[in-house]
Design a protein around this ligand. Sequence first.
Ligand code: GLN
Length: 310
Amino acid sequence: MAEFVPINYQTVLASVIEQAKNTKSLGEVASYIPELAYVEPSKLGIHLITVNNDHFHEGDANEKFSIQSISKVLSLTLSFKALGNDLWQRVGIEPSGTAFNSLVQLEYEQGIPRNPFINAGAIVICDVLVSQFDNPKKEILNLCCKLSGNADIAINAAVAQSELDSSFRNRSLANLMKDFGNIDNDIDTVLDVYIYLCAIEMTCKEMAQTFMFLAQNGVNPLTKEAVVTVSEAKRLNAILQLCGFYDEAGEFSFKVGLPGKSGVGGGIIAIHPQKYSVAVWSPKLNDKGNSYLGMKMLESLTTISQSSIF
Ligand code: GLN
């Protein structure tokens, strides 16, 4: 009978980063938000935290980067807590199969976005937050500070301004949904919240810690508080699994096999429920807007450690 050998994550991460360094990164740093184009393309980091609170990291794991769409997991968490299952009247839970900023489904689906992680869905979620909270930006930032264990989490104001100045597509999504009656508040107010959340910065370490609650049945291991219920944690992970990578969600499941969420800053968070949370960062994106080497690193991680959820 095969003997149980505990995984040595430090050795695994060393191999993962070594492999990534030896792989030519295809793709480009995001430039449609001009400020993001200034990031050094060769940055490469990984940080993994187990449910026993063991930390492992390699590379640039302690440098801040723009979390972009990874913030959509936190805004979804807050809005789901606030509205419960009524939230699903406003936004679906199905994979979109389209690009993150696509407009095409909105017209024939009457302004109801397919899921909360495509931009249209995340904008609706921000509309919910504006209706529910006096200061939704502060609410999310406080949540980030609490979950990451770092009171200094902040946004990059230059990134926010740059996105605001170039937010033509997100504005068109918001306008179309407003026309269908699925945006209750003023469009500028909703987009201001959306853009602010995308401009939050974290290190891989802070990001891995922030999302530990999804590896621990909804409980923040730093405070032992339940952020969400066990059932809500299960549902959030299911949405990450099916929708976290837009029209590459199948590919990510196929190659990595973990619930996860990417951002155009080059970060990816992935969760192994009951085992670990892991954050990776490499700024060059593939043509689906997901980190090219970030995906490769997570593929190596689950392959070498044999720890996908499947
Ligand atoms: N702020 C970005 C946008 O709206 C977020 C996209 C992403 O990270 N996939 O385009």
